[in-house]
Design a protein around this ligand. Structure first.
Ligand SMILES: Nc1ncnc2c1ncn2[C@@H]1O[C@H](COP(=O)(O)OP(=O)(O)O)[C@@H](O)[C@H]1O
Ligand SMILES: [Mg+2]
Length: 261
């Protein structure tokens, strides 16, 4: 699949989100350059998934702005941000176990084209054409992540490492400019992590802007151009992997947490 897309830059400014009285994100500002692979790390509960929800539009900020290629997107609903090129793989995203691998990927493409249930039921020509295109897109995305041979198997047969690749394939059907991946390597074996890391390197080389939340700090430091570090909802550090490794605030946050992520 040709995943070469015009890269997009993202800018988050003064972003805050409270749940009840508790700030999950507090006054967060950082930028993501077009084509950058941006790591986001921090202990459990730091606010990483909240930040992703705010960017994808599944959550609304109480304060702050988000710009994609200079244009504000923070008031747009999630599906319109998706159309602008923002795709997200949620933390712990599930498959539909009774569907094939290819059908699981096609679910993402259906959401994008908005092929309606009425058209589907009536088998209108537009629907049939879209259906063919969607399945072709799904297969191309599976090819891109190295899962072409699995396309027609039941999704429940997929080992966890391949399931994560499937989730990436589903996101790629939208031809995203910005891809948000929330802990894609969690629970994977060392060899599966290595495969995922190679895939992310390829997508990065294709020019997709990637935001990666990952528990595996070694993986993030190996892949990321720059890393944002959150702790208790605040951005406590922002810099290259080398800068982050040496940052006293980062070291303190991780030492002070039993469940460093
Ligand atoms: N929907 C929600 N309702 C209430 N509190 C939430 C909700 N989502 C997240 N939080 C709280 O916000 C904080 C940050 O959570 P989260 O963004 O999931 O952190 P992380 O992904 O870094 O582990 C946590 O204290 C969490 O309990
Ligand atoms: Mg999380």
């Amino acid at each position: 699949m040709n995943t070469t897309v015009p890269s997009a830059g993202l800018e988050v400014s003064g972003l805050s989100r409270r749940f009840g009285g508790v700030y999950a994100n507090r006054d967060i500002s950082f930028s993501v350059a077009p084509g950058e692979l941006r790591g986001v790390i921090g202990p459990n509960g730091a606010g990483k998934s909240t930040l992703f929800g705010l960017i994808s539009g599944h959550l609304r900020p109480q304060e702050g702005t988000i710009r994609l290629d200079g244009e504000r997107i923070d008031r747009l609903p999630a599906h319109r941000r998706a159309r602008r090129g923002i795709a997200i793989v949620f933390q712990g995203a599930r498959l539909f176990p009774s569907m094939t691998v290819c059908e699981n990927v096609a679910v993402g493409a259906h959401a994008r084209t908005g092929a309606g249930a009425v058209e589907a039921a009536l088998r209108l020509p537009r629907h049939r054409r879209e259906e063919t295109e969607i399945m072709a897109d799904a297969r191309a995305a599976l090819e891109r992540v190295g899962l072409a041979d699995w396309a027609d198997r039941g999704a429940e047969q997929l080992p966890l490492g391949q399931q994560r690749r499937l989730q990436v394939a589903r996101a790629l059907t939208a031809r995203p400019k910005v891809l948000l991946l929330d802990e894609p390597a969690s629970g994977l074996r060392a060899d599966e992590r290595e495969d995922l890391r190679a895939l992310l390197r390829e997508l990065h080389a294709d020019g997709i802007t990637i935001l990666l939340v990952e528990h595996d700090v070694a993986m993030v430091t190996a892949l990321a151009d720059r890393i944002a570090v959150l702790d208790l909802g605040r951005l406590i550090a922002d810099g290259t992997p080398d800068e982050i490794r040496r940052d006293p605030a980062v070291i303190a946050a991780y030492l002070g947490s039993e469940t460093a992520a």
